[in-house]
Every structure is written in structure tokens, then in C-alpha cells.
Design a protein around this ligand. Sequence first.
Ligand code: GLA
Length: 375
Amino acid sequence: MIKNIPPMGWNTWNTFAENINEELVLTSADVLVSSGLKDAGYEYIVVDDCWALRERDIEGRLVPDPAKFPHGMKYVADAIHAKGLKFGMYSCCGNMTCAQYPSSFNREFIDAETFSGWGVDFLKYDYCFKPISADGKNLYRRMGLALANCGRDILFSGCSWGSDNTHEWIGTTGANMWRSTGDIVDTWDSVKELIQKQYDILPYGGVGCFNDMDMLIVGMHGKGHVGLKGCTEEEYKLHFAAWCMLASPLMIGCDIRSMDGATKAILTNKMLIGIQQDARGNRPFLFKLWGNDALPIIVRYLENGDIALGLFNLTDGKAHLWVTADDLGVPEIAGRMLAGTEAYSGREVRSENGVIMATLDAHACEVYRLKVVKK
Ligand code: GLA
């Protein structure tokens, strides 16, 4: 059974694009385990676009490129499973994948059967080269049906970038997650834009079909396929915290074989991952925009009665924000207050006189996990 919480893993695309092969994938799987990322919750190793030959075989099946995957995909899947991890692959609903490899348009059932035979646990399904005359939601429903009938539990990861009002129909397709926006790149502007694009669609995420804000750029530092300028550590921290607060799937996109200590610390932040993986699955929501759309305050109510509160400063200057316990559901007169800790610093916080306040530097955030306690 696929767990009904947002998936976590590592994906080849952000750093490696077409430069992928068996050794890279299996070494990264080893590192996922040895570095502690697996223990932190990351379990899927996903091979994105560019894994196939440009032509199908005479039976019409997809064929892994033998120069990249000399032992085929079943071998890769078995090796990944032997490490206690799960294996993800990639296809597309159009005529070709985005990088112009064979795609699953009209071949949904045979491809689902092929993936199942190889032992695939996760399918990322793109939207490039979709014939204009074909209805996207129908193509996604077809693949959802093909996966549901392929004899294996395969998580369906939709990737239509929010096109054609994806949020209105994705929940009908069997997808477990859906890409709500275009591709991330390794810059602060991209992080900011992707967060701001979530405000209106937050009501469409959540249990059953998580809103995927795209793969993480934490730790890319300008290297790799989408590794443009890179971000500061503070910006990578805000990026990760926002994805966690908004319950986005967490798919690492950096080269974990060479990640530094700061990257690992961000990616394994226990409190943030606990919020993202919360089993109750309540929807996070935009509590308030503090005067402008670059100061979002996000709240999520958690399974054990705690409240996750995220204050984000996407502006280029300092910001002073506050939230009352009353507005979070804890009226002063109830004889209760809020007390907890901040996710990155571990600093203790409490509602003093019924108020939680923070001063945030440019591009900084604070996320608190708060308990309702007696005064
Ligand atoms: C699209 C997707 C990316 C990646 C590439 C592969 O752009 O949105 O995440 O999968 O295709 O070509």
C-alpha cells in the first residue's frame, strides 16, 4: 500500500539531466542510506527523463539505453530494493518526453505493464508534446487506470505543471501527487515565485493527491542542470521550510554524493520533516499575507494537537511579524497558551501576552511547532 503522506526521495533531473547511468543511480542510493537521509524519511530513488533508447523494440516496449543502464531496469530496481529503498521512473503523456525520448501517449497500458515487470514503485508522468487535440485529464486518467491495473503498487506522480487547470481534475486521475507549477531552477527568484504561486491553489492539495512544488534545489550551489546562480544557506533553509510547511513532496535534487554538512542538516531537519509527514494530513493554509504578498504566514494543524506556524520573509528587507494565539484558536481566556521551539535554531518560543512575534532578516523564515499548554 502506498503511504498517504507526501513522498520523499531523490531524483536525477535537477543536477544530472541526461547524464545519468546505473553507477550514479546506485551510488546515490547507497549514499541515501549511509548518509542518514533514508533514516530521515527519504525512500524513493527516481530516474527522470533520458533513460531510454530513442526507439521502442519490435514489440513496442520501451528499452533502457544500454550505454547508461547496461543491466536493464529490473537489475536497478532489485539493487535499490535490496537497500530498503523504492524505485521511481519517468514517462510522459505526450508524443515524446520533454527531452524528446519515447513517451506513453496511446501506450499507457503496455508501458505500465513494463514498469510493473521491472519492479518500479513510482512513476513521474510529464505533459510535454501532448497533442492539442488530446484531453490532458483523459490521458492522465488512462495512465492512472493502466497503473491501477498493472499488478503492482505504483505511485502516480503527475507532472503537468498546473496546465489546463490541473487542480480541478487531478484528483480524479488516481495521481498521488501533482506538479502545480513550472520547473524550479537554482535561484532565489525561482523559490520565491513557486511559493507565491501556491497561495490560490492550497485548497486543492492534501491527502490523496499532494501538491508538488517541484524537486528541491537545496545544496545545488549553482551546480548541475538547473544549477544557475545558487542560493545562500538562509535561502535554502527558507526553501526547504516552505516545502515542508506546505506539505509538498520532498525530492532531493542535488548531488548527494558530495553534499556538505549544511545541506545535510537542512535536508534532515527533524521538526520540519515531522510537519511535512504529519499523519493526520490536515491541509496547510495561508493564514495571512502580512501586508504584502511577499510575507506569507502559513499554518498547519497537526495530528497530536500541535500547531505548525511558519513566518516567511520573501522581501529584500527586514520584517517584523506577529500572530496572536487567539487567532490560532487559543483564546487568552481559555487559560491556555502556546509554547514550543523554532525548527532551525531550536530556540524556545511562547505566546507572551497572547502574541508570538518575530523579526526576520531578508529571505529568512522561522517555523515553530507549538503545543497548547496550561498557563
Ligand atoms: C519537465 C519536468 C521536469 C523534468 C523534465 C525532463 O520539464 O517538469 O521536472 O522531468 O521535464 O525532461
